[in-house]
Design a protein around this ligand. Sequence first.
Ligand code: 44T
Length: 849
Amino acid sequence: MPNASVRPKHGRRNRRRRREDPVRNELVCSSLESAQQCLFNQDYGTAFVHYLLVLNLAPAFKDFARESFRFTLFKWADELDSLGRIQDLFSCYEQALELYPADEVILNSMGEHLFRMGFRDEAAGHFHKALKLRPDYPEARENFYRVANWLVERWHFLMLNDRGRNQKYQQAIRKAVQGGCNTVLDIGTGTGILGMCAKQAGAAEVYACELSKTMYELACEVLSANGMEGSIKLLHMKSLEMEVPKDIPHRVSLVVTETVDAGLFGEGIIESLIHAWHHLLLPPQRALSDSAEASVTGRVIPAGATVFGMAVECLEIRRHHRMCVSEVGGLSLAAAGELRSPVSCTFMPDDSVEPYTTERLSRLPGGYKPLTEPFRALDIDFNNVQELEGLSSREARQVRLLVTQEGELDALAVWFQLHLDEDSSLSTAPQEDTCWEQAIYPVHCAKGFILRPRDELIIEVSCRDAYLRLCSVAVARDGHEIGLDKPPESQHTGSFVSNPNPEAELCSALACLQTDQNPAKDFCMLESSEMALVNNRHYHQSFSSAFSKLITNLKSREQRSAAGLANSTNGVDSADLFYVLDVSEGFSLLSLIAASQGHVKAYSSVEKSKQQEILKRLARSNDIPEQSLEFWLNRMEDEQGTLQRPTSEKLWTAIILDCVETCGLIRQKLMEKASLARCLLEEGGRIFPERIVVHGMLVESDTLLLESAVQGQEPTLGFNIAPFINQFTVPVHVFLDFSTLECRHLSESVELFVLDLMDTNANYVNREIKVQATCAGRLTAIPFWYHIYLDQDISVSTLSQNSHWKQAAAVLQQPLEVRAADWVRLAVKLHKSTISITAHIDTVSGSME
Ligand code: 44T
């Protein structure tokens, strides 16, 4: 009876399954219940574990539990984040994504954590995936745009659009390949263009490596779009990790690379080439004996470089790197000690200090003045490994430069010529019409030094830790040497030049005596944007005036109401204090300016202890009672924590919000913060600023186009690259200097949008504005900036000359031809804190005109 033997088995199997199910179901149910209970008790960690169990045992619950699971994950992740348990945080996300691999909200949130931890490449990958899953997901889009700016830096577009540069590389590569270099390695291939040039020139084997994951993936797409996926071997790795024969089968005869930054060595070209000569390249020509003449030798494109430098006066650089004011908003800064930007060659290598910054000199607002002729700082031969190796051990070289014009010594500017081969070179000089920036070595000697014609400026050129370093050490004048920037320990105060402002120096000395501090030994670092903020007199003065107006109003109100009380006196006791909270990001003097007005208890959210010390020192030297300034640091992830005043019986008189980022964008979550802040204000209290008005202008700017997208195949030598890299096009450009942007103005400036921080309900999210073109042209972009209203009458503009803010611009997807007097309809949208702008020709108004 076969059936009989089958049935029981079958039955047994069924029975076994049935027997297991109740246990399992019970576990699932009890875990689900526990999860919900833990959630209720705000024990997110345990809730998370219970959910994991439930969803792994019973995937059928995935849809049902999705929302609560996400909520639990996000809460738990925030807790782990604030505990610094980063590994655990990411493993939670990984587990979550195993359960919900296509959940765009989880992907986006994980991206945000990754971004904050500095893993930008990985963050972008997550935002990108989230967007692919849901293209209309605004959070992911906004995040993607933010990260795209970091990831595929804007210079990629500029370099690919620079046909002249591309052609020079193409020709040099072609010549080398046709001259016998048959095997090629492209180090730092980016989108793959130099590798493709080598292949196109007929190289038998081409390898390319790229360390950025995003760029590597992009290059894969580009190679296959150009039919070269099979003929170029692409590796996602740093060249320094490559080995023969593991990664490439044998040594190559040509390395091509453009891993250079504005300071030439900042992308590690020296180290990469030393490694390449030892491990990846055939021996160079000069190393071969006569008998080996016939064999192929190794070489590098570019063959070498010449670095130039020049001393400049430049107010824009000065105000970003040194303190230029002795007083702001009624506060004397004499006791602040030395404040420096983190860009300096003069002290010991430290992660937080960069030897140079980069600027396009031709675009600096206010321009610059050369104080010396350009000089040759260094020559380097990339085909000579001994020379490369000797670079870092070379003694610092002194160069004496004749001063040709009188002016304040603000910086040394550096550029270079890249010799591709003996016939062809690229230059990054400031006057060249290229996309290159120059390296800027700001001079720090605090009080500024005026160079005079016939002075000799003594400069030290060295090459420590693979960075080119330039330092102005002294000035030779009338047979004497006057010391300038030197590492702090070797400074001789005696040899210092007399201070152009002796009074300020005396005050400073006095303040130091009084507080027993010696600023010469000690200095404090401020980001260059923070430095520019400190130097922004107008902003601090405006705040001081607006705040004192508020206090005067409130006092007279109080006096009026106190007049009714029999025992009222003129004296103000502690109950009459005004409470002020400054939640600015980074360094801010506003709390101190508020405190200096008397009867104020100010809370600063400056976090760094050295910066707190400065504020305390300034309080003492400005006769502000110690108890008037406190630090408000229990910043929690939720804004509630940031904005709630410590004592509950009295609310805030004023809350200072930092609403515009240096890059020119509205700060994220500004409107949420403003709503919260309004709830925490006492009657008659105020948010500073109370209102922001966004202004903009129609412009035609080819520069902005070239920075935003690769313009077809023509600039990229006929290779099909544009559609791939242009996926990283962002609709809003940041860190713009509108005053020096090469562009034609196609309209007057217009008011685009108003953000009322005192009444967020009054804000719209969409607005349509009609702007009339003042002349004909191609509308490519709408730069925008802000008028920040501290109160009804007092405002500062982020476009003003001494602003520490840059501007932003919306770049249109498609340029729009406009005629003079045409009406352009701008649709301005605000989502969260992100502004977007689209433009159309308004045919109706146009025909009416
Ligand atoms: N900036 C130029 C830098 N890489 C140029 O991941 C130029 C600056 C610039 N890959 C204004 C204008 C311009 N192994 O994708 C990058 C990078 C990669 C490597 C593998 C290595 N050892 C490296 C080193 C770098 O190479 C690519 C290019 S590096 C920088 C290029 C218009 N301001």
